[in-house]
Design a protein around this ligand. Structure first.
Ligand code: SF4
Length: 344
């Protein structure tokens, strides 16, 4: 919901000051999808708001639930006809975490990612980003799904730091205690390594988590599979992460997708460990090894044995390392699979 427009409309219609809080609470906190559901305000006001404003800046085209019910993917159609996706996952019982998109498609063209194959459609505005997170609050409430939902990850379609102004505004709205009131520490932004964005983020958001989609510890390989590395190579990325850690004593999450025969050798694990140790306090760094989710493009996921061996080598190098269980791959809602279409 465009809360600035709401503020203006209420003022023009001589509504008392508390009305703003009443409506934003219903939309942002309870996730109501229609003003008609807000029965604490008059019928006339509900009618006027419905004519002038929308609670969501998109229509919900489809919601698909995974077989194990631990992942739910929503397909949203924006007012210009573009589509985006968002996924709600349950990493453990009664805990929910939303993965939200920051752009329509993505220009970064990472070779192993379905979104990267789309190219960039356009940037999302703040309201379009915020409303994905808010939608899931309403979904959980309407479907009587129990659990806490406080984690939001900017890891859906798009590179958040290539849409800095809107992403910045969306974080401010999501964490504003008078608007969405999500806890700062529940938010994480994931980047493929856009150095100027990392530096701005370090200066602006000391309480929000940062994740780096690193995936390769050799420039030659990163250049080949992640074109962002040609602009911001591993050395430049390292300096920006040193800057981030000097400003924020927070944990830094390193995402590493495991690709058979490409980045899963002992040499890769040792290079990764060495690189991360150069960044700074190793106690602040944690590596998440991610299963590659097939997008039919010729990459093969590493075997379970290779992933375990890789993990042991990273840990032996003094860096914390976990294997992230893939959730939602049967609905193409897992990491790297969002392509703005339902393939089920
Ligand atoms: S992995 Fe992220 S940055 Fe790379 S193409 Fe996919 S969405 Fe874009």
């Amino acid at each position: 919901m465009d809360y600035k427009k709401l503020e203006k409309l209420l003022e023009e219609n001589n509504q008392p000051a508390f009305r703003f809080k009443q409506i934003t609470k219903s939309v942002f906190y309870d996730g109501v999808g229609s003003f008609d559901e807000i029965t604490t305000i008059s019928k006339d006001l509900r009618k006027m708001l419905s004519e002038e404003l929308s609670s969501y800046p998109f229509t919900v085209k489809e919601v698909v639930v995974s077989g194990d019910k631990r992942a739910i993917k929503a397909l949203f159609e924006l007012s210009d006809g573009n589509v985006i996706e968002s996924v709600l996952i349950s990493p453990k019982p009664e805990v929910w975490s939303a993965c939200i998109s920051s752009q329509v498609g993505c220009a970064m063209a990472c070779d192993f990612c379905a979104t990267g194959k789309l190219g960039l459609g356009r940037d999302l505005i703040s309201d379009e980003i915020v409303s994905q997170a808010v939608f899931w609050r309403g979904y959980l409430r309407e479907n009587n799904i129990a659990g806490t939902y406080t984690n939001i990850v900017y890891m859906g379609m798009g590179e958040p730091f290539m849409n800095w102004e809107h992403v910045k505004e969306s974080i401010e709205v999501l964490t504003d205690e008078n608007l969405c009131n999500f806890p700062n520490r529940g938010l994480s932004v994931s980047t493929s390594g856009v150095v100027p964005g990392i530096e701005k983020f370090a200066d602006t958001f000391g309480q929000i988590n940062l994740a780096i989609s690193l995936h390769f510890a050799f420039d030659e390989k990163r250049d080949k599979y992640m074109p962002v590395n040609k602009a911001y190579n591993l050395e430049k990325l390292k300096k920006s992460l040193q800057y981030y850690l000097s400003k924020n004593k927070r944990r830094l999450f390193i995402e590493y997708i495991m690709l058979d025969g490409i980045n899963d050798s002992n040499e890769d694990a040792i290079a990764l460990t060495k690189y991360l140790r150069l960044i700074g306090d190793k106690k602040l760094i944690i590596v998440n090894l991610i299963k590659y989710n097939s997008i039919d493009e010729g990459f093969v996921p590493s075997t379970a044995g290779s992933v375990q061996r890789f993990k042991e080598l990273v840990k032996r190098g003094g860096i914390a390392c976990t294997i992230r269980k893939s959730i939602g791959d049967d609905i193409h809602g897992a990491c790297g699979q969002l392509a703005g279409k339902n393939k089920c």
